[in-house]
Design a protein around this ligand. Structure first.
Ligand code: NAP
Length: 268
């Protein structure tokens, strides 16, 4: 029977999207085929979803006029997977592969098929990702609406021109790592100040979670929220002075720019 969605790659990102798509009801599990060459990964997916079709290579019987493909494999095999999806005649393709342009993916296709590119991030695993989508040269509003429906099952979705995807990669794609880096530093600081590692970890993680929720839900800018916890001559003012003296703000700008440049290089 033809499936609605063919997912190439049941790894970390493919599984996160699969879980979100099924949980949100965007596509039913018995309407999804996952192409995953690793038998152990297939076995893990089978444990979680007994009605899912799991294959190591696509089969024609699962492709119909309404079948779309989601490419969630590593960049070095992405063009091969896209070529295969095209050869099987899928209706449209959504790629979450970092650094490979829609033009490069389109070049693997013998007939024009709409290619939507997306840059998600790992909080998608817990349904709290942020994803930017961009359309390739044959994409219509319908294709972008479809991609947004799928990806909004794992978080917030924004639409931007593809030329901004390197900047997006540097900010939100790599961004969770900057926050984990901050958490590591705060935990070390807590231990240095005399707290146990376990208590430091709880305090650091819950502070980051709570501050994120406050920024998202209060509608206030980070500057205003920071001013609210910075009383004149107080503890926060002393800490921020120390951060500014070490040019931490500028270090973050430079770090994001380094990631943006790296993303441009990988995509060449
Ligand atoms: N994880 C993230 O934070 C993140 C964020 C944004 C974008 N992405 C993008 O998402 C993509 C997947 O990343 P990931 O972290 O999920 O990688 P991953 O965990 O390594 O998953 C990729 C999976 O695809 C399988 N695979 C390899 N060749 C295949 C083929 N020809 N057909 C079908 N499946 C194939 C791999 O199996 P084998 O291990 O047997 O090769 C692996 O299980 C990458 O392109 C990455 O750029 C990831």
């Amino acid at each position: 029977m033809a499936a609605q969605l063919l997912i190439f790659g049941g790894g970390q990102m493919g599984t996160a999207l699969l879980e979100g798509i099924i949980a949100s009801g965007a596509v039913a599990s018995d309407d999804i085929v996952v192409i995953e060459p690793d038998p152990e990964r297939r076995a893990m997916l089978r444990l979680a979803h007994d009605s899912l079709v799991l294959l190591d290579t696509p089969e024609l019987e699962h492709i119909g006029p309404e079948t779309s493909a989601l490419i969630a494999v590593k960049p070095d095999v992405a063009e091969g997977a896209t070529r295969l999806a095209g050869a099987f005649g899928v209706k449209r393709i959504l790629s979450v592969v970092a650094g490979i342009s829609s033009a490069r993916l389109e070049a693997t296709l013998s007939v024009p098929i709409p290619v939507v590119r997306a840059m998600p991030n790992t909080p998608a695993i817990v349904g709290a990702g942020v994803t930017v989508i961009s359309g390739g040269s044959h994409v219509t509003k319908d294709d972008l609406d479809w991609a947004e429906r799928l990806l909004s099952s794992v978080g917030t979705v924004l639409r931007l021109p593809e030329k901004q995807l390197d900047a997006v990669t540097g900010l939100s794609g790599s961004g969770p790592a900057y926050v984990f880096f901050l958490a590591e530093a705060l935990i070390e600081a807590g231990v240095t100040a005399g707290l146990s590692r376990e208590v430091s970890r709880t305090l650091a993680v819950e502070t980051i979670l709570g501050a994120g929720k406050l920024m998202s839900q209060s509608g206030q800018s980070p500057e205003v929220l920071r001013a609210q916890v910075t009383s004149p001559g107080g503890t926060t003012a002393a800490a921020v002075r120390s951060l500014e003296a070490r040019a931490v703000r500028s270090a973050f700008v430079e770090a994001v720019m380094a990631a943006v440049e790296r993303s441009k290089t990988i995509g060449r």
